[in-house]
Design a protein around this ligand. Structure first.
Ligand code: SIN
Ligand code: MN
Length: 243
């Protein structure tokens, strides 16, 4: 059995047979409710296996030394807001956990699904997954993902972004101008892809919505995911990329 066949067998358990697609721009598509309940539980369990150990979640700082309003860890490769892809940032010297093959499969399959409607979207084989965990009140400022190889950025190799848990108000646009940004809700089980002409899109998480305060954005499967995994209240995001 090839690696790809093995990965796809696992993936069948993770993808809903019916999901909505919203095209958000050139090379940018949001798959609503893409992941099955089992897939979401599996992802949380995989992250929890590594979360508290060496290479697990920490609170990164930005260049001015201020702590970011989230926790982060990486699979496959190390990345940090200050030291970028240099390997030296973790004071404990720990290496990142390996990139789980299920995550690779998820990215490959989601991109293939996107390519059905976006013929020009290139394929991407991820070698890094940045996992962010947002508690209520956390957020992430507007930024571009542009520390990867410039050749990949220029050819628009897509980023695959997975949301589990509380919903997020996600801002995006081709400019830093707040007034010109679009807003979209990312809910548990959603998968967002941005590649092609949108690869260098500005994006950020303006706020995390609690189920109580915003019942209309509550993803019903989520309480079950919490019960089955013991996930802390908040939002888990996986960003899969090719360095
Ligand atoms: C990121 O851009 O690093 C994460 C975005 C998200 O949490 O949705
Ligand atoms: Mn980003």
């Amino acid at each position: 059995m090839t690696d790809k066949v093995r990965r796809n067998l696992v993936f069948d358990r993770w993808r809903n047979s019916i999901f909505d697609r919203k095209e958000l721009g050139p090379g940018m598509v949001l798959f609503k409710n893409y992941l099955t309940h089992m897939g979401q539980v599996d992802i949380v369990n995989i992250c929890q296996k590594w979360a508290m150990g060496p290479g697990g979640f920490y609170r990164p700082s930005n260049r001015s030394g201020a702590k970011l309003r989230l926790h982060m860890m990486c699979f496959g490769r190390l990345w940090d807001p200050v030291t970028k892809y240099e390997k030296s940032y973790r004071s404990d010297g720990s290496a990142p956990p390996p990139l789980p093959y299920e995550f690779i499969s998820l990215a490959e399959n989601a991109i293939e699904d996107a390519q059905l409607h976006m013929k020009l979207l290139p394929s991407m084989l991820p070698d890094i997954c940045v996992a962010n965990f947002y508690s209520y009140g956390d957020r992430l400022g507007l930024h571009q993902d542009c520390d990867e190889h410039v050749g990949g950025l220029d050819s628009g190799l897509p980023v695959v972004s997975v949301s589990i848990g509380y919903s997020a108000e996600f801002l995006y646009g081709h400019t830093r101008d707040e007034n010109k940004l679009e807003k979209v809700l990312l809910e548990s089980g959603d998968v967002l892809i941005f590649g092609g002409k949108s690869r260098r899109i500005f994006h950020g998480v303006r706020r995390i919505l609690t189920p109580l305060a915003y019942s209309q954005s509550y993803s019903p499967g989520y309480s079950q995911v919490i019960k089955e995994t013991g996930l802390r209240l908040g939002r888990l995001n996986l960003t899969l990329k090719q360095f």
